[in-house]
Write a protein that binds this ligand. Structure first.
Ligand SMILES: Nc1ncnc2c1ncn2[C@@H]1O[C@H](COP(=O)(O)OP(=O)(O)O)[C@@H](O)[C@H]1O
Ligand SMILES: N[C@@H](CC(=O)OP(=O)(O)O)C(=O)O
Length: 895
């Protein structure tokens, strides 16, 4: 059997080492500590039977206890309160630190035989807190939150957690060893190391310092040799395997002063240890399944990226992906051979996690160009602008020189080639300082108005797309920015490094979650989510809801679009809306289905209601239209739409407000477009609101039930065609009734809906009608029965409905300024006596007589009668007339 030393020849630094770092989230309480212990023991399982093969040695790096609150935050809070001389708060913070550890120790060391160890550890913590109190006295006297002192104090959390874990591992290892036959089993020895005895930083080289590798390695070698000698002296042989449990975050500088590797720096500690040990892997254990394509708290549909390159991980981390510290990659990349880093979930150790190494999912799969998105919050954008900046050399040098001098960190710079302005992003809390020092530096230029303004825009966020696959791929920026545009997000500044691995956009912080979700979906990393409200639940509304329900999966898979109906307003008059309760949870919201609407309408007593998707209930509530916006809009959601399936005047008054709020309005309701002039103007203005960040007004269905007339009209206009006139029959009721009272003389057949392939209500033998005229009142009764009329048939039979349709078309031609719906109706050739209060099942005989006379006159001339709406662009007139003409086909006339 080999000696203890031989296992590690030619020295401690070899590939038998594995580094495992557990973050604060992994040691938040006693259960987490036990889980960590289990993971460590599982790593050693294969080594438990002694063989001559080399064994794994673990270097376990630990953060301070996390959870809420994090111990590091409590300690830093204590320093801040001390500088404000708030002694009560200092004491509260430190008591919370003690309590958190004490509770954990009580639970971990609850057996009688553990009492001594528990008391020893409690003593360690109390002693440390005593030292901290002494240090804070100085802070309080000086009223100064010195960085050095914050560093020393904040590092205590790691000293505590690491000693607790070492003790736990030792005890469990001993227990296991005692329970089996010694000859068969390996004994694992865990040794605590305060990283300040090893990791040495030179702070004079660059800000935040660099690791002095040689010194750090020497120091570790010494510790290693000492520990080995101790084991040999205790009579251990190669059945004993040495492991180290090392504090994260803390280090020492070359002058022997305690420092830290800065917030979240324990990942970096792990990587430094990895390089010192020439480890074969570094595992970062945390509370997520790996590196995700976006922060899961912001983008719930983010998914694990199996492999990212060192470069991608660095960019993601720098741009706020908190899962790994940006510096972690550097020791691993610079090691020879390079060391793979694994990000894994402490609470789901069975998952493989993400591997960070020299290849990437984005380069392996051609369809993936972007691996993920992240964002930096709490930033400010500063814009220095003025004619005096153009062509003057040294302006940038002065701006950034003075910022550097005052320690203002610049995260992003954007300058157009015109040099008229220079824009940069910095942390929000440094923005005022940045502005002031630039004002001082450019005092003369400001006085001479060579610089016109120095503006701060805050709070803003930087959204970054990261991926090796972006290199040399065209169209990435286009896709990135058009998705932001599509989500109505205003981009304040942009930057793309020449590495092409990162595109960044600065957006208002209030819109950053929505922006992240939009870009995430645009690169097929998740579905785009649309929150949808449906108003009106008659024929159209109900069919639409059914359609959205049945097509949801197809929309997801074919268009990466998840349409979630979150609100239904079944009847505008009843003031009732049905919405999803608890739908603002982070989980994917369920859509309201037609069944849910029915159940919700039946009210809370209905037991069946609770069967609707877990806790997400469709509930009916009062509040009506004024609550629609609040129910549908969620800032973090990319797309919002309201389907107005009514023909209600009151609903149409909300269209402009919804558009301004960025909600797309999809409507067949032409009341807005044909309403009074101020309302029409309001809608027009709302469509262009705030640099076109408003919703899109989708109104194709206001004319001809969705036949693409408006689109066709626009295409003609856009391609330079001139439209002179539009003539047509503008309501289906008029078309039907006129056909029935005045059929084409030579008609020999009649088209009929194919009920097998459409859902048409038009059934029965239409041939019976061919060429056979009926009375006006009979035709009206048929039209009502066929469901062709509005709720009030007078709207169709007078010219009002057609007039509204014409107004909608006139708007597309820019003619709605000169016309009003009422004028069209007044000037039209109307049927005398049609009004809402008539009984349309029994129209008075004089109406039939009046109509019949005109039909007969026309017939005598070999003509038919048709109701024709016309728009004449030249004379800017719009009218509807009942005309006689020779019939070419059933509805096409020669006048
Ligand atoms: N792209 C991302 N992938 C994974 N996690 C992310 C990402 N961006 C942000 N996070 C967040 O980072 C957290 C882990 O960081 P942190 O709380 O510092 O962990 P630890 O205490 O384990 O070091 C996760 O819980 C997650 O919410
Ligand atoms: N405890 C330190 C260091 C650290 O890295 O912690 P975590 O691994 O929990 O992010 C901090 O909170 O900054």
């Amino acid at each position: 059997m080999s000696s203890l030393y031989e296992d590690l020849t030619p020295g401690f630094a070899n590939h038998n080492w594995q580094v495992h770092k557990f973050g604060g989230t992994s040691v938040a309480d006693s259960n987490c500590f036990l889980q960590v212990a289990k993971i460590i023991e599982d790593q050693l399982l294969d080594d438990n039977v002694p063989t001559d093969a080399s064994k794994h040695h673990l270097a376990i790096v630990l953060s301070a206890m996390g959870g809420k609150p994090k111990v590091t935050d409590l300690l830093l809070g204590a320093v801040r309160y001390a500088s404000l001389r708030d002694h009560e708060q200092v004491s509260k913070q430190l008591s919370a630190v003690l309590e958190k550890h004490r509770e954990c120790l009580e639970e971990l060391f609850c057996e009688e035989q553990d009492r001594e160890e528990k008391e020893r550890l409690t003593g360690v913590i109390e002693e440390g807190l005593e030292d901290i109190r002494d240090i804070l006295k100085t802070v309080s006297l000086m009223k100064w939150e010195a960085e050095r002192i914050s560093e020393v104090v904040s590092g205590y959390g790691e000293l505590y957690s690491t000693q607790i874990l070492t003790s736990l591992l030792k005890r469990r290892s001993q227990q296991r060893y005692n329970s089996v036959s010694h000859t068969k089993h390996i004994h694992h020895e865990f040794v605590y190391i305060d990283a300040r005895r090893v990791i040495t930083i030179d702070e004079d080289v660059i800000q935040d310092g660099v690791v002095v590798w040689h010194t750090s390695e020497e120091k570790f070698k010494q510790i290693f040799d000492d520990e080995m000698a101790k084991l040999v002296a205790a009579g251990c042989d190669s059945t004993t395997v040495l492991h180290f449990v090392i504090t994260g975050y803390v280090a020492i500088n070359i002058n022997g002063v305690a420092v830290t590797l800065k917030r979240d720096g324990s990942d970096y500690s792990a990587a430094i240890m990895g390089k010192i040990l020439r480890a074969n892997s570094i595992s970062i254990w945390t509370d997520v399944d790996g590196v995700l394509s976006a922060d899961p708290r912001r983008v719930p549909l983010a998914n694990v990226i199996p492999e990212v390159s060192f470069d991608e991980a660095m960019e993601l981390a720098y741009f706020g992906a908190k899962v790994i510290h940006p510096k972690t990659m550097q020791p691993a990349v610079s090691c020879e051979p390079q060391i793979p880093i694994y990000i894994r979930n402490t609470f789901r150790p069975e998952l493989r996690g993400t591997r960070i190494f020299n290849s990437s999912t984005t380069t392996k799969h051609k369809d993936k160009v972007v691996c993920g998105f992240s964002s930096v919050e709490g930033m400010a954008l500063i814009n220095v602008e003025g004619s005096g900046l153009v062509g003057i050399r040294g302006v940038d040098k002065r701006i950034f020189g003075v910022l550097e001098y005052h320690n203002v960190n610049v995260a992003l710079v954007s300058q157009a080639i015109s040099e008229h302005s220079c824009t940069f992003a910095t942390r929000e809390d440094q923005a005022e300082l940045a502005k002031r020092v630039i004002e001082e530096e450019f005092g003369k230029e400001l006085k001479l108005s060579h610089i016109s303004s120095i503006d701060i825009r805050a709070p803003v966020s930087i959204i970054a797309a990261v991926g090796d696959g972006m290199v040399d791929t065209t169209g990435v920026a286009g896709r990135f920015f058009s998705s932001l545009g599509g989500a109505k997000i205003n981009v304040l500044a942009i930057a793309q490094g020449s590495s092409e691995r990162n595109i960044s956009a600065v957006v208002w912080s209030s819109e950053s979650t929505r922006a992240l979700r939009a870009v995430h979906a645009a690169f097929n990393l998740s579905n785009m989510t649309a929150r949808v409200g449906v108003i009106g639940m008659s024929e159209v509304g109900a069919s639409l809801l059914r359609l959205l329900e049945s097509e949801r999966e197809a929309l997801k898979s074919n268009f990466d679009l998840d349409v979630q109906v979150c609100m239904v307003c079944p009847n505008v008059g009843s003031d009732e809306i049905i919405s999803l309760k608890n739908d603002d949870t982070q989980s994917e919201a369920q859509s309201i289905t037609i069944g849910a609407v029915e159940r919700a309408k039946r009210g809370p007593s209905d037991k069946a209601k609770t069967s609707f998707a877990d806790e997400q209930l469709a509930v009916a509530s009062k509040g009506g239209l004024s609550n629609v916006f609040d129910t549908v809009f969620r800032n973090e959601c990319t797309l919002h739409a309201i389907f107005d399936c009514t023909n209600d005047e009151i609903v149409s008054r909300y269209h402009a407000d919804w558009l301004r709020a960025g909600i797309d309005v999809i409507t067949a309701n032409n009341r807005g477009l044909s309403g009074p002039k101020h309302q029409r103007e309001d809608i027009k203005e709302a469509e262009k609101w705030n640099g076109k960040q408003s919703g899109v007004y989708m109104r194709e269905t206001v004319v001809a039930g969705g036949l693409p007339i408006i689109n066709t009209l626009r295409s003609l206009l856009h391609s330079g065609d001139k439209i002179r006139r539009i003539d047509g029959i503008f309501t289906v009721v008029k078309s039907y009734v006129m056909y029935r009272i005045s059929p084409p003389p030579n008609a020999s057949h009649c088209s009929q809906f194919d009920v097998n392939s459409t859902d048409g209500v038009f059934e029965g033998d239409m041939k019976a009608y061919v060429g056979k005229a009926c009375s006006f009142s009979q035709a009206v009764r048929e039209a009502i029965e066929l469901g062709l009329t509005e709720d009030d048939p007078a709207l169709d039979l007078s010219q009002e409905y057609a007039a509204r349709v014409l107004m909608s078309l006139a708007r597309e031609l820019g003619m709605d300024q000169e016309n009003e719906t009422d004028d069209i109706t007044r000037n039209s050739d109307v049927l005398v006596g049609i009004h809402s209060s008539l009984d349309f099942q029994n129209l008075p005989p004089y109406i039939d007589e009046q109509v019949q006379k005109r039909v007969d006159d026309a017939k005598a001339k070999g003509c038919v009668l048709r109701s024709i709406g016309s728009i004449d662009v030249k004379t800017k007139s719009i009218q509807i007339r009942i005309l006689e003409g020779k019939c070419l086909t059933s509805n096409v006339l020669v006048l």
